[in-house]
Structure formats: C-alpha cells, structure tokens
Design a protein around this ligand. Sequence first.
Ligand code: OAD
Length: 248
Amino acid sequence: MTLPLTLIETLRRANSVAVLTGAGISAESGLPTFREAQTGLWAKYEPTELATPQAFERNPQLVWDWYAWRRELVTQSKPNAGHYALAAMERHLHATGKTFTLITQNVDGFHHLVGHQTVLELHGNIQRTKCYRENTVIPTWPSTEERPPRCPRCGGYLRPDVVWFGEALPPATLTAALQAAQVCEVFFSIGTSGLVEPAASLPRLALDAKACVVEINPTPTPLTPQATYAIAGASGTVLPELVQAVWP
Ligand code: OAD
C-alpha cells in the first residue's frame, strides 16, 4: 500500500498525536466487531437484552454468561500487528518529548498488553468486575457456582466493569479524551464505525480544531468524506507500514 508522503511528513513533524480505536483494531486478533453484517456481535445478539442495566436486572445470569463468554474469547486471543504498531508509535513520539494519547472504545485490554502505560478506556475493561449496587471495582471474590457471583462486601450482584447503553462514561476518562482531541495536531480514528457517542464526536472535535484527521478502516464511515486522509485498509497492515515509513 502506498501511503501519502504528505501524511508521513505531517506525522514526522507532529508534536502531539491522539488515537481513537474501535473494535476493528482487534478484528485481526479474532475478536468479533459489533456492527458488521454477518460477523458483528449486534448482528447475532440484541444489545437491549445484553448490554443495558435493564437487561441485567431482568436476567443477570444471561448477561453475566454472555460477558464471561466474551472474556474467554479475549483471554484466548492476543494483540495483533496493529496494536504493536501503535505501541511503537508511542515509543517514537515519547523518545523525542512529544505527546501521544491513546483512547479506546475497546474493553479487551489489548493496548495495555503491548506496553502502553496509559490508555483512556472509554467503555471500561471486560477483565475488571464491579459491584452492581455500589459501583466499586471488586478484584476478587470467593469461588462460587452462582452466576453472577455476589459482592463479598454487600451481597449484591457482581457485573463486568464495562459501560452499557444508557450509562455514563467514566467522567475523568472522557474529559481527558475530549481534551486530547481538541489539542492534538494529528488525530487517528482506527477501526471504528463512528456511530456511538460520545466517542464519535472526538474526530469531529479534532477536525474543528484544525487537526489532521486520519481514518484507517477498510469500510467507509460517516467520517470518511471529512477525514484529511482516509486509508482504506486493515489496521494490522496499514499501521506497521505507516510507523515504518515515518520512523525507518
Ligand atoms: P463497530 O463494530 O461499530 O465498527 C467496527 C469497525 O471496524 C467497522 O467500521 C469496520 O469496517 C472496521 N474494521 C473491521 N476490520 C478492520 C480492520 N482489520 N482494521 C480496521 N478496521 C476494521 O465497532 P465500534 O465502532 O468499536 O460499545 O463500536 C463502538 C461501540 O459500539 C463499542 O465500543 C460497543 C458497541 O456497542 C459498548 O459496548 C458500550
């Protein structure tokens, strides 16, 4: 794939870079995305029955089991070349005192696994569990057959520490992401359909602030016509090539 020379130059000169990732960056790790026809999770499952507080109140076992299945998929998978390329991008930028902010909608934790110290996880992390009633993270609980398990402190149900439809995003994380989008010189939107707010607003904020906005996605999205560069390709191929071209 031939990458635009002007993009390579822009990235080489940039003092601050922000990156937003979505399910597409983990697709090459074997994790299903949400909205793709046939293969997306929301093509097979009904979000209102699995990813809302109401669903959990109606059928906590079903919701717990569905997330346990997805957690198992994550545990059996590993980060791919796209994740590693972003970690390399961060190392190159930090080595020269530049700013790099990584924002993700993904709950798989793969960005942490490849060495990023700070990841703004807008939608939580599937490997973490919290108390449904008290909304506090619970690191361990006594082994039990019960699903969902009970909170060792209050006896209420445990739930995955992910953001469900209708729930607020972690406020400090969202504030940091909004700030990064507004001050960066280059903003990447990678592997996201850009249909879920407030994450979908981040590239628009970056565009309004005159950043160079780069989309990497094999399929067009609402952002595609507005992006400064829209690279139609898989992140596991495009990102390593880009990093290699900018920092040979
Ligand atoms: P989507 O499933 O909506 O979009 C995934 C995007 O990844 C699509 O635009 C694909 O074209 C693209 N894609 C697929 N393979 C790719 C590859 N190899 N490289 C690059 N891009 C690829 O997933 P998200 O946009 O992440 O929220 O969805 C946003 C949120 O909706 C999720 O965080 C989740 C979901 O409901 C919650 O659960 C709160």
